[in-house]
Design a binder for this molecule. Sequence first.
Ligand SMILES: Cc1cc2nc3c(=O)[nH]c(=O)nc-3n(C[C@H](O)[C@H](O)[C@H](O)COP(=O)(O)OP(=O)(O)OC[C@H]3O[C@@H](n4cnc5c(N)ncnc54)[C@H](O)[C@@H]3O)c2cc1C
Length: 456
Amino acid sequence: MARSAGAKAVPGAHIHDVIIVGGGIAGLSAAWRLRDRDILVLEAGDRPGGRICSVDGDNGVMNFGAHMFGGPGTIVGDLCCALGLSLRPIDAGLMAIALKGRLRLKGRAELLPFLLPLAPAARLSLIKAGLGLRLGSGKAAAMLRRTADEPWPEMTRQRLDFAGAETLAERLGCLHPQAALIIRAITERCGGDPSGISAGHGLRSFANVWSSTSPGFHLVGGSSRLPEALAERLGRRLRLQTPVRHVERGEGSLEVRVDGKGAETVRHFARTVILATPATQTRTIMPALRSSVKAALGEIRYGPFLSVALNTAEQAPGRLERTYAVSTPDSAFGVLFNQSVNRFSLAGHEKGGSLMMFAGAARAEKLMQLGDDEIASRFAGDLRKLLPELIPAGAPVVKRWPLGAPYAFTGRAALQPALTQSLERIALAGDYLEFPNMEAAIRSGNEAADRVLRWL
Ligand SMILES: Cc1cc2nc3c(=O)[nH]c(=O)nc-3n(C[C@H](O)[C@H](O)[C@H](O)COP(=O)(O)OP(=O)(O)OC[C@H]3O[C@@H](n4cnc5c(N)ncnc54)[C@H](O)[C@@H]3O)c2cc1C
């Protein structure tokens, strides 16, 4: 490995080609692309994957983070295939809804206003909002296709600029409270409430829900198989439980400081650094970033997510067998995801099930003020009311994501030139640079890797 002549590293210290800070999927995919170089990945947590997190439960995989994968032909799908991982089509409904104790599992999204127990004014309001969302999400899908081949900085700017001058609430106009409740339970999946997210962010989320490829694929064995497979291949080049405290430029190298096992500080050196941490951390660990970048990082907004996973012990197909997502606007949680969808029709006829009860945005923020036991008990209680036939196997497990999803707000696109500018020997990565999903996170990691390759 070449050493830079002007490096102010400790004499004799090793200088890596690239240090990647953050072992979420953005950092890991950058590392994968740079695997033939001298790299070091430093991750604060005790497992790789960040917001991709699943564990093996007794009755099926329990999922706490990302769970819907793109298939072959998408960046995330192709990465899974390259690593020899298997994807299974979810092949089930994403638009079921439960309201006032009534569970509607079938029916097209467009028909929901007619199927739900709503006051006539609420029905009308929902029809009007639904039409606007349908039209807008069609435009969002077309915009995504149109921008797909743009260079990354321009692509992300255009995507964030799409319907970015007004909030989703402004776009939808005045809604009947019942209609607003239903819409909010859908938008909370993308991090913010209609009054906080840009119309473009909301419409892009609806485009995902309504697309022909939705709800996509599950990773066989659980979502964590993806970061685990990358971690396995990186071997000792990935260090867990290694929080980076400070990154600083030297003359020919960058210095990365981490806390050692005792009170000492360990210093690592590299010719280039990829900061693949959430925007808030990125700003803190590198105080000497260009002021325009620091200011833009400080503007990024995250919405909280809360997920509660529960194994169940049914021995025969139940009402949810062919339903993946149930929107539950008037429950403690906002969405119920059936992680073991189609389980009884799969080879092997595994028994039991796995559910993920999810809350986002304002609902999650409020719930997060409670202790885990109280959250688990409220969620389990509402689940019992909704599906009394389910047989819980074990206790519900609560996972909090204070930085659940970075969401676009009005004017967000104006920050993009600062965030995507070329910074000498430093590259940023993370979903906050575009949209809160694995596809955008991996794309940003790939882009960061390509940037540092040009500097090496
Ligand atoms: C509940 C939930 C459901 C989701 N569902 C989906 C879905 O179905 N489909 C989809 O595509 N996406 C989904 N997402 C979004 C997806 O998980 C994220 O967009 C993606 O994983 C973000 O990856 P990232 O690498 O940008 O960030 P992160 O995963 O947040 O990774 C950042 C990493 O940096 C580490 N770090 C932070 N500070 C330091 C430091 N000082 N030193 C070292 N390391 C540090 C963190 O520990 C973390 O591992 C979901 C997310 C959540 C929370």
